[in-house]
Design a protein around this ligand. Structure first.
Ligand code: NI
Length: 152
């Protein structure tokens, strides 16, 4: 087979990884009563845990020789640095500085991952397309940081 005959262009690859972490929801701008009214059970400052799943979507050209957008062996250490190293088996509020100023919601976790990941993906000449963070099968967020700063 001649590798040169492959003419696929851009393709999106998706990698899913899991991590475990605990958190609680609290905003210092709110009173004690407001925190409980807004965040309900999640305001319990002793925390509770989730088995999070993260889907990272990366787009790039298919290399005609390898047939790949990126070799997963190359992607794994990037995802480890951005996601697992800071958050796996951590109490997010207390152990991740970003979450001392941002409530560790799914939305903010997705943003945290995006900001750490996007430069590394760009350095691999690919485009980070989407971060999906899943708390359980019925509850997840999707974040596309490429849309930031563009008019609605
Ligand atoms: Ni929770």
């Amino acid at each position: 087979v001649s590798c040169e005959r492959v003419f696929a262009l851009k393709t999106t690859v998706v990698k899913r990884i899991g991590f475990m972490a605990s958190h609680y929801y609290w905003c210092d701008e709110f009173s004690e009563e407001e925190n409980w009214a807004v965040f309900k059970d999640c305001a319990n400052r002793h925390g509770h845990g989730h088995n999070y799943q993260v889907e990272v979507s990366v787009e790039g050209p298919v290399d005609p020789k390898t047939g790949m957008v990126i070799n997963f062996y190359d992607l794994d250490p990037i995802l480890h640095r951005a996601i697992l190293a800071p958050m796996d088996h951590k109490f997010l509020n207390a152990q991740v500085p970003f979450f001392s100023t941002h409530v560790p919601t799914l939305e903010n976790i997705a943003r945290f991952i995006w900001d750490r990941l996007a430069p590394d993906i760009a350095a691999q000449h690919m485009v980070l397309q989407k971060i999906k963070v899943i708390e359980h099968p019925g509850l997840f967020v999707e974040y596309d940081g490429n849309l930031e700063g563009q008019p609605a």
